[in-house]
Design a protein around this ligand. Structure first.
Ligand code: ZN
Length: 215
């Protein structure tokens, strides 16, 4: 019990991440490790010591997906709604790539955080739109940015897209979240124009002014 409380405190004080509801120790540990890895990878990219970036740009609140995660179209999926609240699906901590999973959701949070008043993952206006335009695409042709479209690659980003079958080929929001996660974790998988754009974008986002990450 004490360990759970101290993990919650570390997440809050070190990353600015608030967790609500019931969580197991392995789940909170994976969140903490992923958040630290994310802070470190961004710092490496920016050529500075880690600390403060995640709390500034990814002020997430985590909750369990609950009933929405067990039925309907969101079954077995994590999602971000409306802007900074991340609902984590059952078993995320034992999935094949838990850090990739968490980084992906943080990509949605970043899009919303830097977007306008309405969630960018719904209506656009955030960095996901900028990325799609930068690689020769037309984000407005996607309509709502989270709706899956079979014709997304050739309708919205005809000049460059992901390999067939990639989750990033679904819509603007997933395209950006996957580009964000894989630029940090598996850059060899990212199409070259997206990789160059994401690296330049992240390098140009100033390091946080918050407290240094406690490790
Ligand atoms: Zn997603």
């Amino acid at each position: 019990m004490h360990r759970l409380l101290s993990l919650r405190r570390d997440l809050r004080d070190g990353l600015g991440w608030i967790v609500t509801g019931e969580w197991s120790e392995p789940q909170l540990t994976v969140l903490w490790e992923a958040g630290q890895a994310l802070e470190r990878l961004i710092a490496d990219l920016q050529g500075r010591p880690p600390g403060g970036w995640v709390p500034q740009y990814l002020p997430a609140r985590f909750r369990r997906a609950g009933i929405a995660g067990r039925v309907g179209p969101l079954k077995g999926k994590s999602f971000v709604f409306p802007r900074h609240v991340v609902s984590m699906c059952e078993g995320f901590e034992s999935s094949a790539h838990p850090h990739g999973h968490i980084f992906h959701e943080m990509g949605h949070v970043l899009d919303n955080h830097l977007g306008g008043w309405l969630p960018a993952t719904f209506v656009g206006g955030g960095p996901a739109d900028r990325m799609v335009r930068a690689v020769g695409g037309m984000p407005a042709r996607a309509g709502l940015r989270f709706l899956p479209r079979r014709d997304y690659p050739w309708r919205v980003t005809p000049r460059e897209h992901w390999p067939p079958g990639s989750y990033a080929n679904l819509n603007v929001a997933e395209d950006f979240a996957e580009t964000f996660a894989l630029t940090l974790l598996a850059p060899e998988k990212v199409p070259p124009a997206r990789l160059a754009w994401m690296r330049a974008f992240l390098r140009a986002l100033p390091a946080g002014s918050g407290e240094r990450l406690r490790v």
